[in-house]
Design a protein around this ligand. Structure first.
Ligand SMILES: [Zn+2]
Length: 263
């Protein structure tokens, strides 16, 4: 081979090497750029932090950012399923508390307030996809106007997909209650729901996310294993099992934004 040819060969090898490196770093940068805003929120392998999604009504109500459109909700659930997330309930989250095994990519879906559309809209979707969720119902509103009734609550629980949690008796601000009222709204609601549903209830959600050390103490004494707040972020053990954070899913969030958040 002529010197010139060897020279050209060397040059072309160098260039292709550079190209590969350049492509690689460009791709990495792009991926990093896409991943950066949500990086701290994704937990594909460890279970140090677990997303607990917070929903309310699943209905067409654009004026209320707490309502998520039924089709959007279905697409979100379908995405979670396709992305390999495993929905668990608080009963299964006991494994987290006791340092036992959890499924890969665990996630909790929660609904606050106990709206009728949780039964008529969300539940059929969850059943279709065989996904689990927890509903924090306000005990004294069960069966009242736009809330599901006891039979519907039992039907959902019997599927094994839905777990009921407590959300007080009257959706009061717990930081403004007298000691007697606190007891009634927390332990009272737990007893009402346990009597009607026939099993212990282990999870609680603070109405409007309002709580203080005294409220937490009453929740603890009532015997709840877990309580969730509206503090934003993934649930982590160092938050305390009675003040776990949640990820609010706003009604105006695009499916693309949701997908990026839960890769
Ligand atoms: Zn509520």
């Amino acid at each position: 081979m002529h010197m010139m040819n060897i020279f050209l060969l060397l040059i072309s090898m160098l260039i292709s090497g550079w190209e590969q490196e350049a492509n690689f770093s460009l791709q990495t940068q792009t991926e990093l750029k896409h991943a950066a805003p949500e990086a701290q929120l994704s937990t594909p392998v460890n279970t140090e932090s677990i997303p607990i999604l917070m929903y309310h009504s699943i209905s067409i109500n654009p004026s209320n950012t707490l309502s998520v459109h039924p089709e959007v909700f279905y697409k979100q659930m379908e995405h979670l399923k396709n992305a390999g997330y495993n929905t668990i309930t608080f009963k299964e989250l006991m494994n987290w508390k006791t340092n036992q095994e959890l499924p890969n990519k665990p996630i909790l879906i929660t609904f606050d307030d106990g709206y009728l559309d949780n039964f008529t809209v969300a539940y059929p979707y969850l059943k279709k996809l065989q996904m689990k969720a927890t509903i924090f119902a306000t005990s004294d509103y069960i069966g009242v106007s736009n809330h599901f009734d006891w039979n519907q609550a039992m039907e959902m629980e019997e599927s094994g997909l839905i777990e009921m949690g407590v959300h007080t008796r009257h959706h009061v601000d717990l930081t403004k209650c007298s000691p007697l009222q606190l007891e009634d709204e927390i332990s009272g609601a737990k007893k009402i729901m346990e009597n009607r549903l026939g099993h212990p209830i282990i999870s609680f959600a603070y109405p409007a996310g309002e709580f203080n050390p005294n409220v937490i103490e009453v929740v603890k004494r009532a015997g709840f294993e877990f309580a969730v707040t509206t503090e934003p972020g993934y649930a982590e053990k160092n938050q305390g099992y009675l003040t776990l954070h949640r990820v609010r899913i706003p009604g105006d969030q695009s499916i693309a934004a949701f997908t990026r958040k839960f890769p």
